[in-house]
Design a protein around this ligand. Structure first.
Ligand SMILES: NC(=O)c1ccc[n+]([C@@H]2O[C@H](COP(=O)([O-])OP(=O)(O)OC[C@H]3O[C@@H](n4cnc5c(N)ncnc54)[C@H](O)[C@@H]3O)[C@@H](O)[C@H]2O)c1
Length: 249
């Protein structure tokens, strides 16, 4: 697809796997300049290589843990030095953990919140001053942030929090023509969901009007649309990408 993003500079986190990786590839095919970030150095290097082959004009990498604020600062420094600023921010890195509420430890809560919410806030704070006017930020909520998710209270809470964060930033950066939108994927085939798919993948597919799970590329194309001028008056929305599964209740 052609979203006319040539030369746009993008930071994508969680880019070693799943939806972040698919987003990096979708933007690479648009001849963008990328900084891809992830904990998983080996897979990240592979993503970077594939992005170069797919047509990216420049691909920089940063391998590190984004729950460490010094790493967020280093990402800011790389953006300044290597990209000379930023047009698109897609912080997709995230984790999911399970525990019933009575066994949910403070450590579990903090691990999930630190990457799913705090790192997103810190990265946005770090990079906004470098962001060009008419930039676009796309944040990741989840169907769990809308419906809740028994056994995954920290995850569901973190994904609901993202909506509050996004909708607050919208009112602060609109005067610079910077847009902030949220995607809310349903069940997408990535390693994050491997256990859920094993346990009840068939049931979830049957509950979905399209009768199947989503693919990372199907989320990536929506993110690319929200990054592009094709969505230039779309701002502050929460966009479900779930094959109609929300009709299931
Ligand atoms: N897969 C789904 O069904 C689904 C549904 C709704 C929302 N989401 C959201 O989409 C985003 C991407 O999910 P995914 O399914 O592609 O997951 P994934 O597990 O395939 O990929 C997540 C990536 O984030 C990286 N990461 C995790 N913690 C990190 C940290 N501290 N620092 C740097 N990188 C870190 C991982 O190494 C991994 O490469 C997440 O925010 C997730 O919550 C996914």
């Amino acid at each position: 697809m052609n979203w006319e993003l040539t030369h746009r500079r993008a930071v994508i986190t969680g880019a070693a796997n799943g939806i972040g990786r698919a987003t990096a590839l979708a933007l690479a095919a648009e001849a963008t300049r990328l900084l891809v970030v992830d904990l998983d150095a080996e897979r990240l290097a592979e993503t970077a290589q594939v992005c170069r082959s797919a047509g990216a004009l420049q691909v920089e990498t940063f391998a590190g843990d984004l729950t460490v604020v010094e790493n967020v600062r280093l990402v800011g420094e790389l953006v300044r030095k290597q990209l000379g600023g930023l047009d698109l921010l897609v912080p997709a890195a995230g984790i999911i953990e399970r525990d019933p509420i009575e066994q949910l430890s403070d450590e579990h809560w903090d691990r999930v919140m630190n990457i799913n919410v705090r790192a997103v806030f810190q990265l946005t704070r770090e990079l906004l001053p470098q962001m060009a006017d008419r930039g676009s930020i796309v944040l990741f909520s989840s169907d769990a942030g809308r419906r809740g998710s028994p056994g995954k209270a920290a995850y569901a809470t973190s994904k609901a929090a993202i909506i509050g964060l996004a909708r607050s930033i919208v009112g602060e950066v609109g005067s610079r023509q910077i847009r902030v939108n949220v995607v809310q994927p349903g069940f997408i085939e990535t390693q994050m969901n491997a256990r859920t798919f094993l346990e009840k993948g068939d049931v979830l597919a049957a509950e979905t009007p399209l009768g199947r799970h989503g693919r990372p590329e199907e989320v990536a194309q929506v993110v690319a649309f929200l990054c592009s001028d094709a969505s230039s008056f779309v701002n502050g929305i929460v966009l479900p990408i779930n094959g109609g599964h929300y009709m299931a209740g």
